[in-house]
Write a protein that binds this ligand. Sequence first.
Ligand code: F3S
Length: 296
Amino acid sequence: MARIELAKNSGFCFGVKRAMDITEEAAEQFAGTKQVYTCGPLIHNRNVTDGLREKGVEIIDELSQASEQDVVIIRSHGEGQAFYEQAEQIGFQLIDATCPFVKKIHKLVKEAADRGEAVVIVGDQEHPEVRGINGWCRNKAFIINSLEEADKLEPGNYFVVAQTTIQQSHFEAILSRLAEKGCGLDLHNTICSATRDRQESCKKLAEKVDAMLIIGDRSSSNSQKLYDLSKKHCEKVYFIENIADLPLKDIELCNKIGVAAGASTPERLIKEVIANMSEFLTENNEENLMHGLMDE
Ligand code: F3S
């Protein structure tokens, strides 16, 4: 019978859980009195955002879509300084669910920018967290996410931070390249330990199983990173969003199956996937056993 093992630290991280709790409390508190919005999806998981919509929490893309009477929640990724200024002008109630670790980066880069230092953010310029961080240093940060981009940076002194969810090895490779170019680096490793722990547990598990399942939403960058990392250490790796994606036929002959989930994957979904898989593998195992007995 196949063994299923869940990677340690799978599922919601501290910051996402906190943002979820804050949003659910707000939905309850303002039910029937005020419209509650999040600016962008609270987390990158459709199952979760659909559930929140049922509780009355809608998603808007622009702050201008909210009016004075509404409540707007800032998600765990955080927002730039201009967002807070615009919110104040419109005058709605703002609830800040920015992860405290991301808030700390905002403070660091703002202080550096106020001192006139040049800021480098190692991360994905399209990611809302990175856009938010950049918004605290007057949108003047150099955003670097590859060695090629590092090569293009002018030699000089830089105050460096990282997107919280990038891989340590990726960060180190870019730092080495900048150091080789003779850049002076005031280094702040802001990679979140929740991400590091999750990636480390995922890697350890991927090394010892026959197949790895990563549960997460396709738009979740940290789930995608777990997938990429697993591919380096395991031959069969599957990305699944829900039980409908379970590659049951492909994994039925595997002895050890690992499961890991991104920081935006709810526990309910992880349990559902594992329960479905166990049920299938047990039934299949019994069926194979029956065939074996009948063949004898
Ligand atoms: Fe915060 Fe780390 Fe999660 S920065 S949102 S606890 S991955």
